[in-house]
Write a protein that binds this ligand. Sequence first.
Ligand code: COA
Length: 160
Amino acid sequence: MKTAIYPGTFDPVTNGHLDILARASEIFDEIIMAVAVDSNKTTLFSLEERVALLEEATKDMKGVKVKGFEGLTVELARRCGAKAILRGLRVMADFEYEFQLALMNKKLAPDIETVFLMTKSDFSFISSSSIKWAASLKGSISEFVPPHVEKALLERYPHD
Ligand code: COA
């Protein structure tokens, strides 16, 4: 069985992440969405909330599991029997960071490969931060996140 892990902060999950996931599901038998505690980011949603939002978003997808994790991504990959770490690339600006992360992971675990998929152009300009920013200023975000994520964001940033 070909298993991959798709790590990220997912604060919150967006349609961009879900597009990468749907396309990767055609390549891998099993994908573990790995929601990181250690990602150098201060998050709006707790780990439990981020996991719950992802579980709801992926509940109808076969072969997809959601897991919160602490520690190294490569260690989780090993524990799950995954040979690949899946990441999405949006714009050139992502490349340097992703390249560094992939090289570091390769050094830590030479047996595990990082696999990149290019984000669909419709989502190439979005990020979890820009969606949170727009939601906090009453911007419409329904195009970019599933309805239950939009609801969670509107509850976090209530407007009259
Ligand atoms: N569509 C839309 N947005 C996307 C996207 C896509 N296809 N792919 C990524 N993004 C956005 C995310 O929304 C996120 O936006 P934000 O910065 O505004 O939050 C950004 O791109 C990148 O985030 P994400 O994919 O969640 O990755 P991350 O950089 O937050 O997380 C980890 C990186 C979790 C993989 C990394 O920190 C990690 O591996 N941590 C564990 C410890 C470890 O092993 N460290 C590395 C070795 S030392």
